[in-house]
Design a binder for this molecule. Sequence first.
Ligand code: BDR
Ligand code: CA
Length: 315
Amino acid sequence: AKKIILDTDPGIDDAMAILFAEAHPDIDLIGITTVYGNATIDNGTQNALYLKQKFRMKALVAKGTDKPLIREPVGATVVVHGEAGFGDVTAPNSLDIEAIEKPAYQFIIDSVRENPGEITLVAVGPLTNLALALEVAPDIVDLVKEVVVMGGAFGENDHRGNVTPFAEANIHDDPHAADKVFTATWPVVIIGLDVTEESFFTSQYLDELRDDAGEVGQFIWDISRYYLRFYSEKVGMNGCHVHDPSAIAYVIQPALFKTRRGPIRVVTGGPAEGMTIQKVDQCNYMNDEWSIFPAQQVGVQVDDETLLSLYRETL
Ligand code: BDR
Ligand code: CA
């Protein structure tokens, strides 16, 4: 099985992704590192611990950072994920388990050094913890197997942004961190809005999951009520996009996605703050300042039907 550390801001679709990773036999979920984003760092960490306890997961939980590297914090997205991150469901105040002592970035560094070439980092929240790990331990770029990121939007299929017309939430929360992660010389695959907004969990799909997937299906159904209200009121959809679970689907079955290669940068200020851009055409006659950056992969097409059945069958 592939060893993964899931860096996450739980978060309704984050929970959908965590439970997917936990359930699939080809994945060995060794750690969950938390980050601010959909909820505050305290609420998000409590949510991760609640999942670990409720579903008896072996993954260690390490608490991450509470703010972006440089920009002012955007704040929790209460309108999408509810007061504390899990919609109408509130994690109990006291649990029988705790996060480990180490901060998330240190857990990432130590795990990667102890398992050279074996760990896939899957990041489905703002990229601050990964950027901190890179700053403190640049050697990890050669030790990580792959970095899979849910974030960004590259204009494919007309998807450009969800929190601003040109920025996706995870990248917009910390554009400086995202730029560091994408320009580092480790292999990155981005599963952004270009593909995640092409797959849908309809309200009926989630009902069937509740009926067929036991305790896990019921839990996903419970937390997704708030999310579906947001989608129906603000997006005009009777269901939701499949954001964070798509990154896990990539780890399990990369062939579900078609990707394109090229260096990636992030706009860190101005009206397009948080916009992700990829160089795909040749335009080298003035200068070649892009050529120093590694070519990374961006998902541009998804087999959504197979992805939806993979998710259902796994749970
Ligand atoms: C991303 O932002 C968060 O709200 C979701 O959990 C997902 O990671 C989608 O833009
Ligand atoms: Ca997320």
